[in-house]
Design a protein around this ligand. Structure first.
Ligand code: HEM
Length: 131
């Protein structure tokens, strides 16, 4: 275990990813597809970068939330594993004009993000002894 400062820094970027997702969703709901596409592509690229950096740091031995119970860490991890396939499905369905599939993937993706944030906050609170 190498401490946690770097990992906290990267995971601290999550609100920026959520803000970009909210912007993409906002423009989709307004049917401003050009702006939606731009915000979504930036969100997807930033999320890939964040996932890769976190994976590299975890493999290097960085860790946070080690004091939280294993069950919540496992649930959080299982939810996070749903993100990469959806990051492929979202642009693939959009760019091939499969609108219904794209919207279903978008709803799933937003729910996965909500579950990620809730379980992430639970891990943080549990490891601090607040929960
Ligand atoms: C790289 C990722 C993405 C790209 C390139 C993309 C692109 C597009 C495009 C081109 C459309 C128009 C589809 C059509 O009318 O046939 C669309 C629609 C839509 N997208 Fe995305 N999108 C992406 C990610 C997302 C994400 C992350 C969300 C979740 C908020 C989302 C939610 C929606 C929704 C709800 C619509 C339907 C809008 C309407 O009512 O017309 N998309 N997207």
């Amino acid at each position: 275990m190498k401490g946690n400062a770097l990992l906290y820094l990267v995971e601290g970027g999550a609100p920026a990813l959520v803000a970009l997702l909210a912007r993409a969703a906002f423009f989709a709901l307004k049917k401003d597809i050009a702006r939606h596409k731009k915000a979504a592509i930036i969100h997807v690229a930033a999320t890939w970068i964040s996932l890769i950096v976190v994976a590299v740091l975890v493999n290097m031995g960085y860790a946070i939330g080690e004091n939280a119970p294993a069950w919540i860490l496992n649930i959080h991890l299982a939810i996070i594993y749903l993100i990469p396939p959806l990051l492929v499905i979202l642009p693939a369905t959009a760019l091939t004009g499969r609108r219904t599939a794209h919207m279903m993937a978008a709803i799933t993706y937003c729910m996965v993000w909500a579950a990620t944030l809730i379980t992430g906050a639970m891990i943080f609170s549990m490891s601090k002894g607040w929960l």
